[in-house]
Design a protein around this ligand. Structure first.
Ligand SMILES: *[C@@H]1O[C@H](CO)[C@@H](O)[C@H](O)[C@H]1NC(C)=O
Ligand SMILES: *[C@@H]1O[C@H](CO)[C@@H](O)[C@H](O)[C@H]1NC(C)=O
Ligand SMILES: *[C@@H]1O[C@H](CO)[C@@H](O)[C@H](O)[C@H]1NC(C)=O
Ligand SMILES: *[C@@H]1O[C@H](CO)[C@@H](O)[C@H](O)[C@H]1NC(C)=O
Ligand SMILES: *[C@@H]1O[C@H](CO)[C@@H](O)[C@H](O)[C@H]1NC(C)=O
Ligand SMILES: *[C@@H]1O[C@H](CO)[C@@H](O)[C@H](O)[C@H]1NC(C)=O
Length: 340
């Protein structure tokens, strides 16, 4: 029964999602105006095309949950003229084609014209960065936060090498970020590393990678993540508390107001899964961070719940939303068929 539902979902995603996305997105001209040649683009060709949006999966998971799909889809819709690149550690180049045939969600994502999926190869990524010696001597099996730490390292190296914007896979994009070199304040005088953007080879990120290695402490969660960003920024500028909705500037780096990405602070993360009297307009935000690491209860977007998160899916990742509706109806139908 469960197998049957899974099969139904797989087939459904493969056949329907790509088509729906093609129909729903405005016809546009991406990069070379030959979207059919997209699958032949190499990593280097993609990464040298304009400003990228970069997502990473550093666990071995190959089947991204709906929130990840929503996050990537929302970015693909907001940044129609930019490559949206999703690096997945569990993929290697040899299995990419096989994986697409049994990982429907990945097929659905790669059906989007400006979405590119590549394997994440840290040994290659860290070459020519201060992170390589650290990476070569660390024993990953002994690190209790390895998935986070390897993600913290990879995002610094990616944005340093290629430039663009890194986003966590629980960030829903709602409008383009106007800054090129920026960090996102999570609260007053504290930077997150869940979203940031820089031009290629920016000195700030080089400094971050040096600090990563010099002050490495794998036992303290976030030491190489938000605390590193905050330490580096405080070393450069005297941060002040935010006034009204104004962003700050430190050299040529914008330190964006907490409202831009965190209008709902992490202590209130459950608000995303609640029904609101009126849906906030989030006019002062560029993207919304859903704080998935707080979500130990595994709350999710339930169709028909009228929660804030359902409104966000409907508005910013309608293809993902529509596929969940169809999947729910499909499994309902199947259980009816089984009982009758
Ligand atoms: C795939 O990766 C292996 C090593 O991981 C490399 O030797 C090979 O050239 C790659 N193949 C392609 C087509 O990129
Ligand atoms: C890494 O640590 C594990 C567990 O302590 C150990 O079994 C393994 O031999 C270590 N690997 C290396 C290369 O030191
Ligand atoms: C920060 O402020 C302190 C004292 O107010 C001052 O000594 C220091 O030079 C300032 N640092 C920067 C980077 O402006
Ligand atoms: C920011 O500053 C660095 C060095 O001070 C410089 O290399 C870089 O081009 C600047 N970027 C912008 C957008 O001004
Ligand atoms: C938010 O933006 C929308 C569209 O730009 C506008 O209609 C609405 O009035 C704005 N809301 C507020 C509170 O400014
Ligand atoms: C989503 O949450 C609902 C209600 O908590 C639960 O019944 C359902 O199994 C969850 N779905 C997934 C895919 O985890």
């Amino acid at each position: 029964m469960l197998k049957a539902i899974q099969l139904y979902l797989c087939l459904f995603f493969v056949f329907a999602l790509g088509i729906f996305y093609e129909l729903s997105i405005e016809p546009g001209c991406f990069f070379d105006c030959k979207p059919s040649s997209k699958k032949f683009l190499t990593l280097k060709e993609v990464m040298t095309q304009g400003e990228k949006i970069i997502f990473l999966e550093t666990s071995d998971r190959l089947e991204p949950p709906p929130l990840v799909l929503c996050s990537v889809e929302s970015a693909a819709r907001i940044y129609l003229d930019r490559p949206v690149v999703f690096f997945i550690k569990g993929l290697d180049n040899n299995t990419l084609m096989d994986v697409k045939s049994y990982c429907p969600a990945l097929s659905a994502l790669s059906a989007m014209k400006n979405v590119f999926i590549f394997p994440l190869k840290m040994d290659i990524l860290f070459q020519d960065t201060p992170l390589l010696p650290w990476y070569l001597q660390i024993n990953a099996t002994k690190e209790k936060y390895w998935i986070y730490i390897s993600s913290d390292a990879s995002r610094l190296a990616m944005v340093w090498k290629y430039g663009g914007i890194y986003m966590d896979t629980d960030v829903i994009s709602i409008r383009p970020i106007p800054a090129a070199n920026f960090l996102a304040a999570q609260s007053s005088q504290f930077s997150s590393n869940g979203i940031f953007g820089f031009q290629p080879h920016h000195w700030f990120l080089w400094g971050c990678m040096n600090d990563f290695v010099e002050n490495y402490n794998g036992n303290f969660w976030g030491n190489q993540g938000p605390y590193l960003m905050t330490r580096m920024l405080k070393g450069l500028c005297n941060l002040t508390d935010f006034k009204n909705l104004e962003d700050q500037r430190c050299h040529n780096i914008s330190f964006l107001h907490p409202h831009r990405f965190y209008p709902i602070p992490y202590s209130k993360w459950k608000k995303y899964y609640e029904v609101w009297d009126s849906i906030p307009d989030f006019n002062d935000s560029y993207a919304l961070h859903l704080w998935n690491f707080m979500n130990h209860e595994r709350k999710n977007m339930t169709t028909g719940s009228n929660t804030l998160v359902e409104h966000l899916y409907k508005t910013y990742c309608p293809t993902t939303y529509w596929s969940l509706i169809q999947a729910a109806e499909g499994s309902k139908e199947m259980s009816l068929n089984q009982t009758s």
